[in-house]
Structures are given as C-alpha cells and as structure tokens.
Design a protein around this ligand. Structure first.
Ligand code: RIB
Ligand code: CA
Length: 318
C-alpha cells in the first residue's frame, strides 16, 4: 500500500515531540516535511528542536523547512517555556543536528509537496497557524491539493489564563492567521475539550516510563526523559503536560475510533477584544452559517493511552 504523505507544522515542544514520534511510528505515514513555527518557545528553539528530532527519530527522508518567527500581526510576546521547559523540550539536550534545513521556507515546501502528491497530502498543524496562513496567502489554490487538514488548537474552552479563559494557546498566539485558515480550509479541530478528555494519568505515565526505560536506543532514551518531564511538570506543577495535546491530533487521524468529530460553524475572534483567540463554535446552529469545521467532541481516552504505550513499545523493541 502506498504510504500517506504527511506534513507536521509544529512548535516543538514537548507534546509536539510525542506527536512526531507517534506519526513516525505509524506504518502508513511518510512524514515528508516538518515545518517549525514560533509558539511554545521562540522560533530559534523550535527550529533547532525540529532538526534534532529529525535525527533522533531517524527521519532520513523528511525535509525540515523553517517557518515564521513572528505571528502575522500580533507581536510574539509570550511563550510557554514554563510548560515546555528550557529550550522547549523539557530541558533535554539532544545531540546537535548534522543536517541543515531546506533553503526554501515552510510555506513553499508545504505547497510544493501538496502539489507533488496531488491531493493526497495530510497536513497537521499543532502550533500557531502562521505558516499555514502564509502558505494560503501565497498559494490561494493550496486547498485543492490538501486531502485533510488536522489541527491541535481551539476548542470549547481556553488555556491562555493570563488573558482569557476562552482562547487556546495556538490560536491565541496568531489569531489573524487562524481566522484566515478557518475561512479557507476545512479544519479537523482537535481542541482542548478533546485533549483534556484524553489526559494521561500518572499510572499510565509510569507504564510509559517503564516501557521506554527498557529500550536501548536514542528514541527510547528521549521518550523516557520526555515522559519523566511531562509527569513531573503536570497538574501538580500548575501545568498540563499530562495532557499530550498534539499527539491526540495525530492519533485522531491514525485511528478514527479515538476521536468523534461533529461539524459546526466556527470562526476565530481575531479582534483585540476580551475573547481574542477564541474559536467561537456555533454548537446550536444559530448562526445560520454553513458548518465549516469538524470539531472533536468525544474521545476514547483508554484507546489513546494504549496508542501512546504502543508507540513507546514500538521504539523500545526496535
Ligand atoms: O494549547 C496547547 C497547544 O499549545 C499545544 O500544541 C502545545 O504544544 C502548544 O503549542
Ligand atoms: Ca504544539
């Protein structure tokens, strides 16, 4: 069977790392590119981490194409380094990368790969949507080449508690980009209501630690350190790292039983008002507008946790 070409636009990132590891472990995916964007930490770190992760997970055929360093309009004035630790991956020091990124920027690579695979490309975005919006601005016909577009972002409640209980971080960092993306692409939105429903409990983290500790390779070593950081830096520390947000977006595409989507009309508030960055979901169908977004509404948490453990076993047994 031909593998499904995928691109992961991300801001690695602790949960972004799990998402990349999960996608790489899937036999049906070919990760043709990873395109880092500003987000959890400044782009200098997300870029470096993307290069390092390519080599840690031995993704020889994956292009790394650098994306935006700043949101389209808003200044980049907050990062989540508290949640993601120094450097954005839990303070874990990976070996310096030996391969360089592509010359071309993220938006050009996204478009070129989408055209190359002629409508078969699955595009994941698990960070702010600056790169995706930039690609759509430069290449208005990009949507016709995208098979499916899945994001981790938005949802029925927020997590940017400093300014809003309604905005989720990825959307809030660049609401202008998100607004444009939701207007131009059909989005499969795996939001906070879904990711929190899939939160990983301590006992499951302990099993993931045990499995990854049994692996004698760099992939398992990294996953072991990442899991230790996630467990220690979770709710009890005021963070939500036991909510492995981005991995759920990948899992939702790998196995349709993990997440149940329902279609609603959704728009993004991009004005500088109190709920800036909110994905406003017309749950009651009162807007009179046609549904444009598949919203993750139900989650099979045990199945998601099993997929995460199976991913750990995949690497441990390599
Ligand atoms: O709100 C959670 C999202 O913001 C995740 O993608 C996390 O990595 C951060 O980017
Ligand atoms: Ca992310």
């Amino acid at each position: 069977m031909n593998k499904i070409p995928v691109i992961i636009d991300c801001d690695p990132g602790v949960d972004d790392s799990y998402a990349i590891a999960l996608a790489k472990s899937h036999p049906n995916y070919e990760i043709v590119a990873i395109t880092p964007v500003e987000g959890n930490v400044p782009a200098v770190f997300t870029r470096h981490n993307a290069l390092c992760l390519r080599e840690t997970f031995e993704m020889e055929h994956t292009k790394i194409a650098y994306g935006a360093t700043e949101p389209l309009v808003r200044p980049y004035f907050r990062d989540a380094s508290g949640t993601h630790g120094e450097g954005g991956i839990g303070g874990i020091k990976l070996p310096d990368p030996t391969r360089a990124p592509e010359e071309k920027p993220a938006w050009d690579v996204i478009y070129e790969e989408a055209v190359k695979y002629n409508g078969e490309l699955v595009l994941f975005a698990v960070g702010p949507l600056t790169n995706i919006a930039t690609a759509l601005r430069k290449y208005p016909d990009l949507p016709k080449y995208i098979k499916r577009f899945v994001i981790m972002g938005g949802g029925t409640f927020g997590n940017v508690t400093a300014t809003s209980e309604t905005a989720e971080f990825n959307i809030w960092v660049d609401p202008t980009a998100a607004k444009e993306v939701f207007e131009k692409l059909e989005v499969y939105m795996v939001g906070l209501n879904a990711t929190h429903a899939a939160a990983v409990e301590v006992k499951d983290f302990d099993e993931m630690l045990e499995i990854t500790a049994s692996g004698k390779n760099k992939q398992s070593d990294y996953l072991n350190k990442l899991t230790k950081f996630s467990k220690e830096n979770s709710f009890e520390r005021g963070q939500d790292n036991n909510v492995i947000h981005d991995a759920l977006a990948i899992a939702a595409d790998m196995n349709e039983d993990v997440v149940k989507f329902e279609k609603f009309y959704v728009y993004v508030e991009d004005r500088e008002v109190e709920n800036v960055g909110e994905t406003v979901i017309d749950l009651k169908g009162e807007s009179g507008k046609a549904p444009n977004c598949w919203v993750a509404m139900k989650v099979d948490q045990p199945l998601f946790v099993k997929m995460m453990k199976d991913m750990c076993k995949y690497y441990a047994e390599m």
